[in-house]
Ligand binder design. Structure first.
Ligand SMILES: CC(C)(COP(=O)(O)OP(=O)(O)OC[C@H]1O[C@@H](n2cnc3c(N)ncnc32)[C@H](O)[C@@H]1O)[C@@H](O)C(=O)NCCC(=O)NCCS
Ligand SMILES: Nc1ncnc2c1ncn2[C@@H]1O[C@H](COP(=O)(O)OP(=O)(O)OP(=O)(O)O)[C@@H](O)[C@H]1O
Length: 201
């Protein structure tokens, strides 16, 4: 069984993934893979440089992520272009890793995919779990974690489907408005439920 874990930016997907991984469940993180596929020399890296120019590179030729972020979170056409370059490589690597985990005998695999609904990737998973935080808390946590101004944080949040719309689409909604311990207890309860299903027998 593959669970697609999603949410909005900074709603707590990585925090939830870590808790699930501590329970021995393999987690495939789209953000990590999206970093790997844009390493110098990779096809996606070359396409990014060809489209965005050398301006989005640091002196060591790796991507200047802060700069590329400022561009794409403020320009939807350029964001779509970056997505078009990066997403296919991310998708195929995620599928490959999931197949490996399943063929190794893991009954349950988590795919942490921030843009699961935006990119219409629900066909890749059996069930969708949404890590939800109230939009005010989301904004506060994002500003605190990344040191963004309110304007920077809002531009990132607005680059995604509103979290309240995602709530309507998810199979399971996991509220993360309380403490991390509250989140952990909710996830452990959900795992118990999953373990009772046919998938895990
Ligand atoms: C623009 C980039 C270089 C900024 O890098 P940075 O290190 O600042 O952010 P990071 O990659 O850690 O992403 C943080 C969060 O931003 C959000 N986010 C990232 N990319 C996008 C996007 N294209 N559209 C909407 N939200 C996005 C996600 O919630 C993600 O969890 C980077 O996010 C990127 O390459 N994005 C395109 C690939 C992508 O869509 N990744 C998301 C999952 S596949
Ligand atoms: N229940 C909680 N209480 C307090 N802080 C929290 C809670 N859950 C998550 N956080 C904090 O909020 C921030 C965002 O969480 P996290 O990094 O897990 O989000 P994310 O959804 O993975 O973000 P991104 O979309 O950027 O990958 C982090 O600093 C994290 O430590």
């Amino acid at each position: 069984m593959i669970i697609g874990l999603t949410g909005g930016i900074a709603t707590g997907k990585s925090t939830a993934s870590l808790i699930l991984n501590e329970q021995g469940i393999p987690v495939i993180d789209a953000d990590i893979i999206a970093r790997e596929v844009v390493m110098p020399g990779k096809e996606a890296y070359e396409k990014i440089v060809a489209f965005f120019g050398d301006d989005v590179l640091l002196s060591d030729k790796t991507l200047n992520r802060a700069k590329l972020g400022e561009i794409i979170f403020n320009n939807s056409e350029k964001r779509l272009k970056l997505n078009e370059i990066v997403h296919p490589a991310v998708r195929s690597e995620m599928k490959k890793q999931a197949e490996l985990h399943l063929s190794d005998g893991n009954p349950l695999v988590i795919m942490d995919i921030p843009l699961l609904f935006e990119s219409k990737l629900t066909h890749m998973v059996d069930e969708t779990w949404l890590i939800y935080t109230h939009p005010d808390i989301q904004l506060k946590r994002l500003m605190e974690r990344d040191g963004y101004t309110e304007e920077q944080a809002v531009s990132r949040i607005k680059s995604q489907m509103p979290i309240d719309e995602k709530k309507e689409l998810a199979d399971v909604v996991i509220e993360n408005n309380g403490t991390k311990e509250d989140l952990k207890q909710k996830l452990l309860r959900l795992l118990q439920e999953v373990k009772k299903t046919d998938f895990m027998k």
